[in-house]
Design a protein around this ligand. Structure first.
Ligand code: ZN
Length: 366
């Protein structure tokens, strides 16, 4: 058995995700090559930083955010691309698409691929490959979402984990309290948000607080869509709140305006951000350059709404997986010892991992 994991992009900083897994059962056999995610650049004009590897057997897409699927535009239509039904809705039309369950197993090129809900976006999943005592890739994940459930995965020898927030450890409850403070401002809040991620999650939270004066951009996922989607794509407890939320036409006069894109670079958010006197812009996720500038000049605010794991969530998952190798992704690792102290000795900053089991050369016929 020979297994290698080559993090083409996604190690050491917040950037496009693309991980090449090569697996060979024995020396003479054809290697199986899977690509986990095919991310695009986060900043406009930036190169995605990786190219399509040769001889791919399959590409698996964890969820429909730009940094995990934006590179699919450059993928030829011969490679099978696997994604869940809700995610497929947002992928380029030219692809050779195949289905993944939100929770379940799929056999691809003789390898069992297990998927489970990642708690981050509608239809978003983690991936577990049954090779080399288990390879787990979290995609983006959260253990705190009130809308999207997180399913605990099987154990794995190697864990490739979303660590977008580094060792940050504030709870989502703290974020929510901070946001309530901004509701006291005279101006409506303009919140640029991912259309399939936290847009609806925030609307659910506001509704569950008895606050109904919010609006969702028309390209944001609607309560009815989530309710009509696969049963296990939504937390059971939130269904009654979703049923109370009727989709209304987009209303830019609402007190809380939730709309895409999350960077404020296109769509409703970009258009409304031009009306600088009208709104108080509040960013809750990745800050592109123009947003960083606005926050530093006090023209906008930033309050993180957790959609990635905190330190304690990473620790919980590492302990659960019982992994021997753990690679934190999408964040700089300046001090490896600090990470190992937080998460355990399995943490490595390597972007290339190779496991080899030596085949003993016995002649069993003697
Ligand atoms: Zn994401």
């Amino acid at each position: 058995m020979n297994l290698s994991i080559d993090i083409l992009s996604g190690a050491g900083r917040k950037t496009a995700a693309a991980i090449l897994v090569t697996y060979q059962t024995n020396k003479g056999s054809r290697p199986i090559r899977f690509l986990l995610d095919a991310g695009g650049a986060l900043e406009v004009g930036e190169d995605k930083g990786w190219t399509q590897p040769d001889h791919l057997d399959a590409i698996f897409i964890s969820h429909d955010h730009q940094d995990h699927m934006g590179g699919l535009i450059d993928i030829d239509n011969k490679v099978p691309v696997y994604a869940t039904a809700p995610v497929q809705q947002h992928l380029p039309a030219h692809l050779n698409l195949h289905s993944l369950p939100i929770c379940g197993t799929t056999n691809v090129s003789g390898i069992t691929v297990t998927t489970g809900s990642a708690g981050h976006s509608f239809g978003g999943v983690w991936l577990h490959l049954d090779i080399g005592d288990g390879v787990f890739y979290s995609g983006d994940f959260s253990l705190e979402s009130g809308l999207y459930p997180f399913t605990m995965p099987p154990q794995a020898n190697i864990a490739l984990l979303d660590a977008s927030y580094g060792l940050y450890d504030n709870s989502l409850e703290q974020c929510k309290n901070a946001l309530l403070h901004y509701l006291k401002d005279d101006r409506p809040l303009l919140m640029p948000v991912p259309q399939t991620g936290r847009a609806l999650e925030m609307a659910c939270w506001l509704t569950s607080q008895g606050f109904y004066d919010w609006t969702l951009g028309e390209d944001c996922i609607a309560p009815e869509t989530v309710l009509a989607g696969p049963e296990n794509s939504v937390c059971a407890e939130i269904r009654s709140v979703l049923k109370r939320m009727k989709s209304q036409p987009f209303n830019p006069d609402a007190k809380v305006v939730l709309c895409g894109d999350p960077d404020g670079m296109s769509g409703d958010a970009a258009y409304l951000l031009q009306q600088t006197e009208r709104y108080l812009p509040v960013y809750t996720g990745h800050l592109p350059e123009h947003a960083r500038q606005a926050v530093s000049e006090d023209r906008a605010h930033f309050e993180r709404w957790n959609v990635h794991p905190r330190k304690q969530d990473l620790k919980r998952l590492v302990d659960h997986l019982e992994c021997r190798i753990c690679v934190p992704l999408f964040h700089t690792i300046k001090d490896l010892k600090e990470w190992q102290k937080a998460l355990g000795p399995s943490v490595t900053a390597d972007s290339y991992i190779e496991l080899e089991c030596i085949e003993l050369d016995y002649d069993l016929t003697v």
